[in-house]
Design a protein around this ligand. Structure first.
Ligand code: PSU
Ligand code: MN
Length: 311
């Protein structure tokens, strides 16, 4: 046993370890989006392109997952491909799942919450994804609130996303984040992006126009000893955005179908995303890939700025 028990279960890829040791910018990437969020083989292509986007913007990508009971920070292309092929057969792993997946030496794709935990253990402070989990529509009946929100309240990692998952109750998710003390920042926008569309109609807490401003806020938060992350919401690039009314119609229809089939809990997102992709003839999938690529670039820029002495 080493002094730090975490290091007994944590495997950091050599190139990521080198970058962290020499204070070079690193961006964490999640794996549930690969296994559960997109179909094979587009998921593998997208994951590879997202890593390339991080590199092109001057940072080192570290895709995170649990493989054979080990916390892996920085997957090889082969490991990403295997996760992509297995798809929803691998365990979707959030905070509650980590101890069991590890103890049983199983393989799990990590959600935003689990990826934040592992990124923080490795010393990575910036993380890019598509959309965070949150409060589901119909919460009064289901109590379905993603563990991502509590994680944002307690773990010191900034999450760069295109807003909350398209299928959620945005207003209630923002209320929850406010209660939890998590700032929601609009990147070059005054309103929260609507995931597939550029605007949800809800205001953000703060607008920031540069990666440097985000880095300064993060540094200040953590220097003060305030625990938790930051949601950096970046609108999908104009050229790839879908019309809000149209996509909302498709999402509502998918939710109705899900309720009819009695699908609940952690299976809701994979079902809804697949259904929405089917109904938009793959347009939602393309938009999803493009927004993640864009978030990866912004996250890399923030990680670069965090490495500078900004405050
Ligand atoms: N948003 C997407 N696709 C996804 C997810 C979010 O567009 O696959 C995943 C993320 O990993 C997120 C998780 O952390 O869904 C949240 O799941 P739940 O609501 O079960 O906590
Ligand atoms: Mn849930």
């Amino acid at each position: 046993m080493s002094d730090n028990p975490a290091s007994d279960v944590l495997d950091i890829a050599p190139n990521v370890d080198d970058a962290l040791r020499s204070d070079k910018p690193v961006v964490a990437l999640e794996s549930t989006i690969i296994s559960h969020g997109m179909p094979y083989p587009r998921n593998v292509e997208a994951a590879s392109a997202v890593e390339a986007a991080v590199r092109a913007a001057g940072a080192v990508p570290a895709t995170i997952a649990v493989l054979g009971g080990r916390l892996k920070v920085g997957l090889s292309m082969d490991e990403i491909r295997r996760l992509g092929e297995q798809g929803p057969q691998v365990i979707k792993c959030s905070r509650r799942d980590l101890p069991f997946v590890l103890a049983r030496k199983e393989t799990g794709a990590t959600t935003v919450a689990a990826t934040m935990i592992i990124a923080a253990m490795a010393g990575i402070r910036v993380f890019a994804t598509g959309g965070i989990g949150g409060v589901h529509r119909g919460v009064a009946e289901t109590m379905d609130i993603s563990a991502d929100l509590e994680e944002l309240a307690r773990t010191n990692v900034a999450v760069v996303c295109a807003g909350v998952k398209s299928v959620l109750d945005i207003g209630r998710t923002l209320e929850y984040l406010e209660t939890a003390g998590v700032p929601v920042v609009g990147y070059q926008t005054d309103t929260l992006p609507g995931f597939y569309s550029r605007c949800s109609g809800f205001p953000v807490d703060y607008r920031v126009d540069t990666a440097k401003e985000v880095a300064a806020a993060l540094q200040t938060k953590w220097d003060m000893g305030l625990q938790g992350g930051l949601v950096v919401a970046v609108p999908i690039p104009e050229a790839h955005a879908l019309a809000r009314d149209e996509i909302d119609g498709v999402i509502n229809e998918a939710i109705t179908e899900m309720q009819r089939q009695g699908i609940a809990g952690k299976d809701t997102t994979p079902f809804l995303l697949a259904r929405i992709a089917e109904r938009t003839g793959g347009q939602s999938l393309e938009a999803n890939i493009q927004l993640v690529l864009n978030n990866a670039r912004v996250a890399a820029e923030i990680a670069v700025q965090l490495g500078h002495d900004i405050c």
